[in-house]
Write a protein that binds this ligand. Structure first.
Ligand code: MG
Length: 175
């Protein structure tokens, strides 16, 4: 089973990924997905928890950027509110936009990670770019057939993650 689809670490929500943890693993640049990672599709602006979390990362010296497959209207406004560099229409899982953002952030691959909610776009894109991948469950998942199919296909990789991280078993069951 390809490790390209297995995240390096799962979190219950974005704010569980702390500056302290990032420092402890030598990550100083964080690339962020927006939709269903930071806010659901229908929220055009970052909420207070997102603003606070981004501020805490910046304060700790972590540089952040947004790489999203969504369009300029949505992502430009969202990134502008947080004063973050953005790349829209990113075509994840292809790695080009991720590699571009690594350069924008002035980071090396080994000190960069990506946080997203989808294995076949976010995790795969991170692995294609040679950086670490962090996964959160989608904030408010869609219930259309395509999304259900994607979630079904993600399951074996989430099981593999659990096998690799038995210490997180109890926590994972609650995700
Ligand atoms: Mg997403």
């Amino acid at each position: 089973m390809s490790s390209h689809f297995v995240p390096d670490r799962r979190f219950r929500t974005f704010s569980d990924l702390t500056p302290e943890y990032l420092h402890s693993i030598g990550v100083r640049a964080l690339i962020l997905d927006v939709d269903n990672t930071l806010e659901p599709y229908e929220n055009p602006l970052p909420g207070e928890p997102v603003r606070r979390w981004i501020a805490s990362l910046k304060e700790a010296g972590i540089v952040c950027g947004i790489v999203s497959n969504n369009g300029k209207g949505r992502i430009g406004v969202f990134g502008g509110e947080l004063s973050l560099p953005t790349i829209c229409h990113a075509a994840k899982p292809f790695s080009r936009s991720v590699r571009k953002m690594i350069a924008v952030l002035g980071a090396k691959r080994e000190e960069t990670a990506l946080l997203g909610d989808q294995i076949f776009t976010d995790v795969w894109a991170a692995k294609n770019a040679g950086i670490r991948a962090f996964l959160v469950p989608p904030i408010r998942d869609r219930s259309d057939p395509l999304t259900k199919c994607k979630r079904f296909l993600e399951k074996p990789f989430l099981r593999k993650y659990q096998k690799l991280h038995p210490d997180e078993q109890n926590r994972e069951e609650n995700l």
